[in-house]
Design a binder for this molecule. Structure first.
Ligand SMILES: [Zn+2]
Length: 271
């Protein structure tokens, strides 16, 4: 691979991270983490990998903003806003970066499948929540079926599920469209279909873990359920789940499941 060209893409990563910081899509730590993730992906998969990362990052940022509800502001249900910090970036892109690192050292195509699967999963997850938020029917808890607040972890809607499939397909279609730039070729069509399914299933694992283990807090001042640690200038009471299991931990589980399933598919394909 042409090292000079790699440095040009790396310059692109730097500019993208900086612009995202300036546009308030990333915090300072988030921009640094994005640079590291972007650099590993660039060295492993060159422009092809970078395009996949950009497809995830740009589409989920744009969708998140376009589909934002008018009533969604500082008092939204979730702990964090649209500005991503390092923890969030690594929860989404960390396993894709790990797959890139393995590919750099071992240079085996199975890590490419793990890489695409992991990005398909986090894209599926972000598209599901952005698109699902616009559902006219309220979300139902994944296991119990009880109606829950919009944005609450573990709540799903039909629209959200369609968004999840579309999000996973978007990454796979981008990968297929730019195959001519990829260092790995000859991936059979059914493997691409399996990667779409892995993305979707991992997003479900994410929702399931959110429903079962993620912390749900109660604010006694305004009588509301929230994922925030503080509400109405007071510490909330954890009524369900574990406080340390937040959105980032659940996202790690999503991207890691896909990474693992992708690697297993790679093993079956190549060994
Ligand atoms: Zn409150």
């Amino acid at each position: 691979m042409d090292l000079n060209q790699q440095f040009i893409w790396l310059l692109g990563v730097t500019i993208l991270a900086f612009l995202s910081y300036r546009k308030k899509a990333l915090t300072g730590s988030g921009a640094i983490a994005s640079f590291v993730v972007g650099a590993l992906i660039t060295f492993a998969f060159s422009l092809h990998g970078l395009l996949l990362l950009a497809a995830f990052f740009l589409s989920s940022t744009v969708l998140g903003r376009l589909l934002q509800r008018k009533d969604e502001n500082e008092e939204s249900f979730e702990e964090k806003g649209e500005k991503r910090d390092a923890k969030q970036v690594l929860a989404n892109g960390g396993w894709a970066a790990f797959a890139s690192l393995f590919f750099l050292f071992v240079n085996h195509p199975l890590w490419y499948i793990a890489f695409v699967a992991s990005l398909a999963a986090v894209n599926s997850d972000t598209w599901a929540s952005s698109i699902g938020k616009r559902s006219k029917t309220p979300p139902k808890m994944i296991i119990t079926g009880e109606v829950v607040s919009i944005g609450q972890s573990g709540g799903t809607t039909l629209l959200g599920n369609l968004g999840a499939i579309a999000g996973s397909m978007f990454i796979v279609l981008t990968a297929m469209s730019f195959q001519f730039l990829s260092p790995v070729d000859g991936i059979p069509w059914w493997t691409w279909l399996i990667i779409v399914a892995i993305g979707f299933v991992s997003q479900w694992i994410d929702a399931l873990a959110g429903a079962l283990f993620q912390a749900l807090n109660y604010c006694g001042v305004c009588d509301a359920y929230t994922e925030k640690k503080n509400h109405c200038h007071q510490r909330t009471k954890t009524i369900k789940g574990k406080q340390w299991i937040d959105n980032d931990v659940v996202n790690h589980l999503c991207s890691f499941s896909a990474f693992l399933m992708g690697a297993i598919v790679g093993i079956f394909l190549y060994f």
